[in-house]
Design a binder for this molecule. Structure first.
Ligand SMILES: *Cc1c(COP(=O)(O)O)cnc(C)c1O
Length: 361
């Protein structure tokens, strides 16, 4: 199978090699020093300000979305949440469950957030802002400089779900005034699912100390305290963290995060230019699109996007990424993260062309 989903994505040979090793015991100085290195490289790749720290959460990306909502916000906050797709909707649900007072900025799915959307919230006493970097369900990349400036001007704490956008798209916590940001192991880092990571700047560290979260497993101050000696309060996905260490060092040696952005950009461009003659409409404008994923709507009358996913899987041995909810029958996605070659992209576009020939697309 070739995997064009947005996670778990195709892993490198080096990552897979490590996956067959025994899992070592982890309460050791040797493992602690690997964790310290993981922390410092991830902070560097997020371009986090001096004094930033990392929380290593064992749990998928959603665990760190929920952990962030619980540890950075309380009933005394008033937050803005951008809902431009299923992941934005998840942030809304988290604010509801944890009773964080919020205002939802609901976008037409596939459309960007604009200055006009934000203008009405200027000077209105908001204290938090929750948004994705890339809304993975639609492929929209939000204008994080615009959002960061808005938050800076209004003294708003900015929490960014960069789970899918990290590494694929340019991202700098420093430049974009981001206080806390998350990613997950099975997205662009191309590791097995199991871990998610939150980078906290000094404000975020202070905030979680004051909130006094009512949770044992999601208690960020406990993670930060144990993290000082390269440990976690509970048993982490040790194997994934060793694969992470190898991957981060390989990224660093291969030109750093800048080169990763470039590779994702080139893959996305190559794919988008090779489907120009096919019966698809881009779900989001190319100028608003992330390098992480392309969301496509089949344009021919009666073609069901989910059915295309099934045929491509069963008859061509390729996974593309189906959409859920309201978008399921209209939209599917092709991911550009993980270890994917141009030859594999050619194989996928050849499969689409074959479907056209068969009258199915
Ligand atoms: C994948 C993803 C998540 C996390 O999903 P999990 O299934 O919990 O790993 C969160 N946010 C975004 C934007 C994502 O793409």
């Amino acid at each position: 199978m070739i995997n064009f989903t947005v996670g778990p994505v195709q892993m490198d040979e080096e990552t897979r090699e490590l996956g067959k090793e025994q899992i070592p015991y982890f309460r050791t100085p040797e493992f602690s020093s690997i964790m310290k290195e993981n922390e410092s490289l991830l902070c560097k790749f997020f371009d986090a300000p001096e004094g930033s720290r990392l929380v290593f959460m064992t749990g998928s990306g959603t665990a760190s979305m929920e952990g962030g909502v619980m540890n950075f916000f309380s009933k005394d906050d008033k937050v803005l949440v951008v809902n431009g797709g299923s992941f934005g909707h998840r942030l809304v649900e988290l604010c509801q469950i944890h009773e964080i007072p919020f205002t939802e900025i609901k976008l037409d799915y596939g459309k960007p957030l604009t200055k006009e959307h934000l203008a009405q919230f200027e000077g209105k006493g908001y204290t938090g802002f929750l948004v994705q970097l890339c809304e993975t369900s639609t492929g929209v990349l939000y204008d994080m400089n615009m959002i960061g400036d808005f938050c800076q001007r209004n003294d708003i704490f900015l929490f960014v779900d960069a789970v899918s956008g990290f590494m694929a798209d340019y991202f700098s916590m420093k430049e974009m005034h981001v206080n806390a940001a998350i990613t997950g192991s099975q997205k662009a880092l191309a590791l097995p699912p199991s871990m998610s990571f939150t980078v906290l700047d000094k404000k975020a560290i202070e905030r979680c100390q004051k909130i006094n979260v009512k949770s044992l497993y999601f208690n960020y101050p406990a993670y930060l305290k144990d993290g000082q000696r390269g440990q976690t309060p509970f048993t982490p996905a040790v194997g994934t963290l060793l694969q992470l260490n190898e991957k981060l060092k390989r990224i660093e040696a291969g030109g750093g995060i800048k080169n990763q952005n470039k590779l994702a950009r080139e893959r996305a461009k190559y794919f988008r230019s090779s489907i120009k003659d096919l019966p698809f409409k881009l779900f989001s404008d190319e100028k608003d699109s992330s390098n992480c994923v392309t969301a496509l709507c089949p344009t021919k009358e009666g073609v069901n996007a989910h059915r295309i996913f099934e045929i491509i899987k069963d008859e061509y041995k390729i996974w593309i990424c189906p959409n859920g909810g309201d978008m399921a029958e209209k939209v599917f996605r092709v991911g550009h993260i993980g270890s994917i070659s141009n030859e594999e992209i050619d194989t996928l576009t050849a499969a689409f062309r074959d479907l056209v020939k068969r009258g199915l697309l």
